[in-house]
Design a binder for this molecule. Structure first.
Ligand SMILES: *Cc1c(COP(=O)(O)O)cnc(C)c1O
Length: 231
């Protein structure tokens, strides 16, 4: 039976191969372990394999886990839908929020981030395939609000995140990721030097290579680390 440790080793091999394929250096991508629905025992196994960045989708579940690992110094990333009445807890517990999909959410996170903590890292979630069922800014909306968000206090606007619809081939998978990269470049032309975006959070178990080929700096991997999730 493949263990979590073996799974992580094979992901590292795939990840490094994809980086080499496009001439990027080995440390350019952060492997984020998506631990939603997984137990603290499983998280411990990931930790023992050397990963310290974890992604969670559900606030209450996440907080219970974060509290259990407080002494360990892990970095927790919120990647799920965020309601505005939950922003305070998100601002207090996480290092990163990948799923900012409204200006109001960014403003609340900025106001509620404790000033004793480092600035909260934010990514704007982009609805890159314009799917009615998915949350996220349209590319046009993101272009319009990025400067305003980047200038908020107590946060650091780091980049863009997307969850494209699934596509069959590597070539097709690359298309929405390339669009996200171009949007980041476009936004950067409008931002002051000190505020430029450096992060593309894109690529999951099924499309990790395509995302890396197009410049991903954070890949969010659940299934290929932990195995299939219970339905
Ligand atoms: C669940 C989830 C992932 C991980 O997906 P896998 O296909 O299991 O790798 C990544 N990003 C987001 C936003 C998720 O909700």
């Amino acid at each position: 039976m493949p263990t979590i440790k073996n799974n992580i080793s094979s992901i590292q091999v795939r990840l490094q191969q994809a980086l080499r394929d496009v001439g990027r250096s080995p440390d350019e991508v952060l492997l984020l372990a998506v631990s939603k629905t997984r137990s603290t025992k499983q998280i411990n196994q990931v930790l023992q394999a050397g990963l310290i960045n974890f992604g969670e989708n559900y606030l209450q579940e996440a907080i219970e886990k974060i509290d259990q690992f407080l002494a360990t110094g892990l970095d927790w990333h919120f990647i799920g839908p965020l309601q505005s009445n939950k922003t305070r807890l998100a601002a207090e517990y996480f290092s990163w929020i990948h799923s900012v999909d409204r200006l109001k959410i960014a403003q609340r996170l900025s106001a509620q981030r404790p000033t004793t903590m480092k600035p909260l890292n934010l990514c704007l979630q982009i609805n890159i395939d314009h799917e009615p069922t998915k949350s996220g800014f349209s590319p046009e909306q993101a272009l319009a609000v990025a400067s305003e968000i980047a200038e908020l206090p107590n946060i650091s606007l780091r980049g863009l995140m997307a969850i494209p619809r699934s596509r069959a081939s590597l070539a097709e998978q690359r298309v929405p990721f390339a669009r996200l990269r171009e949007l980041k470049d476009q936004i950067n032309t409008r931002l002051d030097n000190s505020l430029k975006l450096d992060t593309l959070s894109m690529g999951m178990s099924g499309d990790m290579e395509a995302a890396i080929l197009e410049g991903a700096t954070i890949v969010r991997i659940g299934t290929d680390i932990f195995g299939p999730r219970d339905k």
